[in-house]
Design a protein around this ligand. Sequence first.
Ligand code: DGL
Length: 262
Amino acid sequence: MHKSPIGIFDSGVGGLTIYEEIHRLLPHENIIYLADSKNAPYGEKSKEEIIAISVKNTEFLLSHDCKLIVVACNTASTNAVKFLRENYDIPFIRVQPAIKPAALKSKTKVVGILATKSTLNSELLFETSQRFAQGVDVVEKVGEGLVSLIESGDMHSPEMTDLLNKHIQPMLEKNIDHLVLGCTHYPFLTDQIKEIVGDKVGIIDSGEAIARQTKVILQGENLINPESGEINRVFYTNKDPQVMQKILDEFDEGFKAIKTDF
Ligand code: DGL
């Protein structure tokens, strides 16, 4: 079981931002990544649809013998992890918008969160804000169109700059001093977002925290792979592999995006 891979899934390439952090912290783990790009964006689907898709992704990863699954998608985490935990025996790690650290660090007492419609409407987000952002104004904005543009491989287009400006300027007008990236696709846009918000606004994502949490759970369950031998990392996508390949090439480790009919 120790050697079995960690499974990671997302509605596409976004979860690779989580993968990167897990890879950094747990270099001896085998990993299977599933980009369900065919079904992206999840953010506009109903809870029932997101649960059904997450079950399918889980079954795929279990068929590859995964010992733990990281749901590297805020939208699937907020909508489906409860169901997955109730119905499967392995541990599931969920991602969650980093509202707590943003609220703790905020001096203006106004923070922004950019996420999908479904994440912003979720109970989990409401509870997190209630619990950790007392006395802090949380300005919410749906990052409409961002996931689709990233999935089409159009990350650096003028259209992306226009969209980001449109979403972020209204939050700046409300005096936010921290911006939470509540979707795992958005850290790919960090440099472009920095250009818009300048150095007075901190940008926070959950990648590192999720990697730490994954390590804690693996240790607790005695599932850490102690071997430093050959490590296998496999990256599946059910859509155009070129988009994923471009990102994998930036990791510079010779990984190949594999097209699956899943
Ligand atoms: N990466 C997903 C998330 O974190 C994107 C959601 C979507 O497909 O709309 O929410």
